[in-house]
Design a protein around this ligand. Sequence first.
Ligand code: DGL
Length: 306
Amino acid sequence: VSDPRPIGVFDSGVGGLTVLSEIVRRLPAESTVYLGDNERAPYGTRPDDEVVAFSTQSIDELVARDVKAVVVACNTSTAVALGHLRRRYDLPILGVVRPGASAAALATRNRRVGVIATPATVRSHAYFNAIKEENPAVEVYEHATPAFVPMVEAGRLSGPQVAVTVAEELAPLLGERDAAGEFVFPLPPSARIDTLLLGCTHYPLLRPVLATAVGERVAIVDSATATASALAELLSVNGLEAPGSSRGTAADAGHDGHDRPVDQAGIPIHVQLTTGDVDRFRSIAGRLFADAFTDVQGVELGAPVR
Ligand code: DGL
């Protein structure tokens, strides 16, 4: 069994391209349609009802384009709206919180995990709950780092200023460094995390500077990688893999009654839709991901679903 239809990937803006990158890397035979609601991003500082309404409207658009499954790549949308979305659509919907939470729960040795995310994600305690479900003995320290999203979108991923901002934002989780650069003890309990979970689409782009800031004793886990693995599993369990993927066979191609999104040569197609300015999306995506995603098109969603 195989299914050549594309996977829908939704995010509030460009950050979800970190998840899309991992999906394309992990599942090279799959086609994708990505929708970034740039017009209304950021979501992370919005009230819950707006996040739910805007996410619903965006995913309606993906579903109308006959996707076979939807990945909610936005942590804020997953944290706030996933239950609502799963009730609304009868196709598999995968969020980023559970895959990231389970990877973090398996990574920690001292059962202390720090989670950094947007204010709305932290307010929802979705990561706290998901990690506790995996292992109730894990202490979870959630911390909002609202300075990171604007910084990444401005293309600032490294350099001394970025390092200072990152150190300041992480200080409540890590404690202060002394003159020799060692963390000063005694610290609040949260300082002794051994795992840092990146609970926001943009944060994997700051991974090198985050790794330097937390030091080598802290493992960094990101939801993007974990979600791509969870998606591979989901497609396999549901018989939704594209023809030509490791388990689908070439003979499946074109025999399942669906329109084929692959081109004549059987190469997967990746389309990016944005509700915002197409050139701006292309330039931020180009700056952050080189030329990986260039088929950018504008989309209008109409009035929000309330
Ligand atoms: N995509 C959002 C997230 O992962 C970050 C950007 C925003 O706040 O919209 O939480």
